[in-house]
Design a protein around this ligand. Structure first.
Ligand SMILES: NC(=O)c1ccc[n+]([C@@H]2O[C@H](COP(=O)([O-])OP(=O)(O)OC[C@H]3O[C@@H](n4cnc5c(N)ncnc54)[C@H](O)[C@@H]3O)[C@@H](O)[C@H]2O)c1
Ligand SMILES: CC(C)C[C@H](N)C(=O)O
Length: 367
């Protein structure tokens, strides 16, 4: 499908292609929908097989942020950036400065933060060029790395999903199979271990596995074995599309609750999970802790207030699962409905003329 057809299909607002020869920056900023407010979404740095793949990923992830922000009750729209390159080899200071200038050029329509392959240090460099960046260092009065807070939200959301499946939200004695034990899942494993859950883990990065085995008595398994292990909960915390035709038939878990974005390869896989009676905590509802946390920076960051808001992920998962049960629809559809209805309500809410500082009449009166 051509880019304009794809954008029209899901009603995207804007796609910005950024190139800076000097620094090697090749970035794609996708803005999906700003009905609720400026588009907030992280910057992913990844080695894409093709430029088309990078554009598609930016578009897909941006739309996911529209739904995530809407379902989390934030007054923010959805956007995302991908930078083409290897985060271990291709980063440099000029690249993130150049990227910061592109963000500034959007004049607040897009606000960035961390995603896979980018760090607080990268956000600090962007901050030298623009205010439209979050997840910057606590030294600037900001919230820092969002991953521990995302993990806290996933932990809370997992408890709500476990309650729906087993009648109690206790994780003590439950076995959780965690795929990918990087930034978010390390902290998730810590919460689960403290509550008395048993952990089975895998990761392409052997050091990351060693750390959770040593610190949280996790049992390590091979990459492909994580789907078929005996467990109560499967927590996908690596990349997307791991719930697909090949993996779903292997699952033994009664609950799926993890941090990864875009877990369902296609929506129909959410229908399959529903038909199998597996409780699926929709990805963008359960992993909203990070964005809720960085969004708090826009009001002057307060950690205590941010964590309180993140605890609401529990209620949000409960709400989605009860709509799913009440209406007999898969949980991913219940989540989409929640997000779409909020956006539609705001889009259709009555508009009144209010003169503000951006209005032409105000500007004219200063002349
Ligand atoms: N960091 C956040 O605050 C945040 C917020 C919301 C969503 N997410 C999503 O959560 C996921 C994890 O994010 P992160 O920040 O922890 O990233 P990360 O890169 O730190 O961790 C991901 C881990 O998954 C491993 N991995 C990759 N492919 C794998 C595979 N096939 N099998 C097993 N392990 C594999 C990697 O080696 C890495 O250790 C991503 O999908 C991200 O988009 C992150
Ligand atoms: C704004 C960020 C913290 C975004 C995060 N990477 C997410 O996917 O939610």
């Amino acid at each position: 499908m051509g880019i304009f057809s794809y954008m029209e299909k899901y009603d995207y607002e804007q796609l910005v292609i950024c190139q800076d020869k000097q620094s090697g920056l090749k970035a794609v900023i996708a803005i999906h929908d700003t009905t609720l407010g400026p588009a907030l979404g992280g910057t992913r740095m990844w080695t894409y097989a093709s430029e088309e793949d990078a554009i598609e990923d930016a578009l897909r992830l941006a739309r996911g942020m529209t739904y995530k922000n809407a379902a989390a009750g934030l007054n923010l729209g959805g956007g995302k950036t991908v930078i083409i390159g290897d985060p271990k080899k291709d980063k440099n200071e000029e690249m993130f400065r150049a990227f910061g200038r592109y963000i500034q050029g959007l004049n607040g329509r897009y606000i960035t933060a961390e995603d896979v392959g980018t760090t607080v240090e990268d956000m600090d460099i962007i901050y030298q060029e623009t205010n439209y960046v979050t997840g910057i260092s606590p030294a600037f009065g900001s919230s820092g790395n969002p991953s521990p807070v995302t993990a806290y939200g996933v932990y809370k959301g997992m408890k709500a999903a476990v309650k729906a499946a087993f009648g109690s939200d206790s994780l003590a004695g439950k076995t959780v199979a965690v795929q990918g034990v990087g930034n978010v899942a390390y902290h998730l494993c810590k919460h689960l271990h403290h509550e008395g859950a048993k952990l089975i883990v895998t990761d392409l990065n052997k050091e990351a596995v060693k750390r959770v085995v040593e610190e949280f008595q996790a049992k390590a398994v091979e990459i492909d074995d994580i789907y078929s292990v005996e467990c109560d909960i499967y927590a996908p915390c690596a990349l997307g599309a791991t719930l697909n035709d090949q993996t779903i038939p292997k699952l033994k878990a009664k609950v799926i609750a993890g941090a990864a974005n875009n877990q369902l390869k296609e929506s129909r896989h959410g229908d399959v999970l529903h038909a199998m009676g597996i409780i699926y905590a929709p990805d963008y509802v359960i992993n909203a802790g990070g964005v809720i946390n960085v969004a708090d920076e826009l009001e002057g960051y307060n950690r205590e207030r941010a964590l309180k808001k993140v605890e609401g992920v529990y209620d949000n998962i409960e709400r989605v699962l009860s709509i799913s049960e009440r209406d007999g629809i898969p949980s991913y559809k219940a989540a989409d409905r929640l997000a779409e209805e909020r956006i539609a309500r705001m889009r259709n809410s009555r508009s009144q003329f209010l003169q503000n500082e951006h209005h032409i009449l105000t500007r004219r009166s200063r002349m």
